[in-house]
Write a protein that binds this ligand. Structure first.
Ligand code: GTP
Ligand code: MG
Length: 361
């Protein structure tokens, strides 16, 4: 399962955002600072599942899932090197980052830098990530240079690639702005560079600021202009409260305010997109299910997501686009209207494909 790491300055609201997204009840505030990481598996909202449930009348509805990890703040004073190394290590293991940016005003919550300045905070956190990647590269480059001195040349091709990375980082830019070839990506994947990961910036607004969220987002719109970068906002405190409502209370609340979607759900949806994932669907009398898959993956790979037997015994994929199934209301009708398409192993799965796998084991 893919994992997103929640990062940001101390007391920026990371755990509050984590609770809002996951419906967890992890401790927030000063007394929770520096405690162990919080981890939770979260369902990706997908309205299409409700419609599929009407069509297939299943016993069970299963969503695609992703995992969030709330990692305690990067320490800036550098007093505890061991702890800092542990933080950086856990962030490296993730597939994408969510950076919580404090915008909210709250005199009872101290800011580590003494004032509220979201742009400065973003610059601080981003340069910290760049620094961590630079440290990693410098160390690696030294090792390669030593090996080459004693005639070991195997790593020479990597040298140039790493130097290109260093130059970008030295210039103050994250590695995600670079366009790597497939083979370069492969060579670099083991490093798990922090600045190569997709980044979702989350403006943590207070209730007053939230009324003006469009202006806030436009002020930071430059952030979402770069590749693999997205921007969102949340009133984390409020959303955490809503997350603890029962489902009917939540529906009632949304209806009252005329909300299509909660900010916390929007963040989960955006995380999913940021990871480069799409969803294909399966339906039957037992279960309707939304499955995450990378863009550009084939029907054969999709089969493997559902079950290794289905992949092994793959015969064909029978596919109806969700929009057709939604409009026609039944699988049989879709077949009659020639909206059911039969595909082989190499078919590239599209978002919203409803797939019936034929297999033989
Ligand atoms: N007014 C207001 N307060 C908030 C908001 N989000 C978080 N807070 C408060 O800020 C304090 C810190 O929130 P946390 O979620 O614990 O922050 P954190 O980033 O996890 O903190 P550390 O893990 O200690 O680095 C808590 O007292 C929260 O109630 C918000 O949107 N509005
Ligand atoms: Mg916390």
């Amino acid at each position: 399962m893919l994992q997103l790491g929640i990062i940001g300055l101390p007391l920026s609201g990371k755990t509050t955002v984590f609770n809002a997204i996951s419906g967890s009840h992890a401790a927030v505030g000063v007394y929770a600072t520096g405690k162990a990481a919080n981890i939770s598996v979260v369902k990706v909202p997908d309205r299409r599942l409700e419609r599929l449930a009407e069509i297939f009348n299943p016993k069970k509805i299963s969503h695609a899932e992703i995992e969030y990890i709330d990692i305690a703040g990067l320490t800036h004073d550098g007093t505890d090197k061991k702890k800092e190394a542990a933080y950086v290590h856990s962030i490296r293991q993730t597939d994408a980052l969510l950076q919580v940016v404090r915008c909210f005003e709250n005199p009872n919550v101290a800011h580590p830098a003494g004032s509220i300045d979201p742009k400065r905070d973003i610059a601080d956190v981003d340069s910290e990530l760049i620094l961590q990647d630079l440290i990693l590269i410098e160390g690696r480059l030294e090792k390669i240079a030593r090996a080459m001195k004693v005639g070991k040349k195997e790593e020479e091709p990597q040298l140039h690639l790493l130097e290109k990375c260093r130059k970008t980082l030295d210039g103050g830019a994250p590695l995600r702005v670079l366009d790597f070839t497939e083979s370069e990506t492969k060579q670099l994947s083991g490093y798990r560079f922090l600045t190569a990961k997709p980044m979702l910036y989350i403006l943590n607004l207070d209730e007053r600021q939230c009324a003006d969220s469009v202006r806030w987002e436009s002020e930071f719109s430059n952030l979402s202009g770069t590749p693999k970068t997205a921007l969102s906002h949340i009133c984390a405190l409020l959303q955490m409260e809503i997350a603890s409502f029962s489902e009917s209370e939540r529906d009632e609340f949304m209806k009252e305010l005329g909300l299509e979607e909660l900010a916390s759900s929007a963040i989960v949806r955006k995380s999913f997109e940021l990871l480069g994932l799409i969803a294909f669907l399966t339906g039957g009398p037992v279960e309707v299910h939304s499955w995450p898959i990378h863009k550009d993956q084939t029907a054969h790979q999709a089969a493997g997501e559902v079950h290794s037997d289905i992949q092994r015994g793959f015969i064909r994929a029978e596919v109806v686009a969700y929009s057709d199934l939604d409009r026609l209301g039944s699988w049989a009708k879709a077949r009659d209207e020639a909206k059911l398409h039969v595909h082989g192993k190499d078919y590239v799965v599209q978002d919203g494909d409803v797939i019936l796998f034929r297999f033989n084991v």
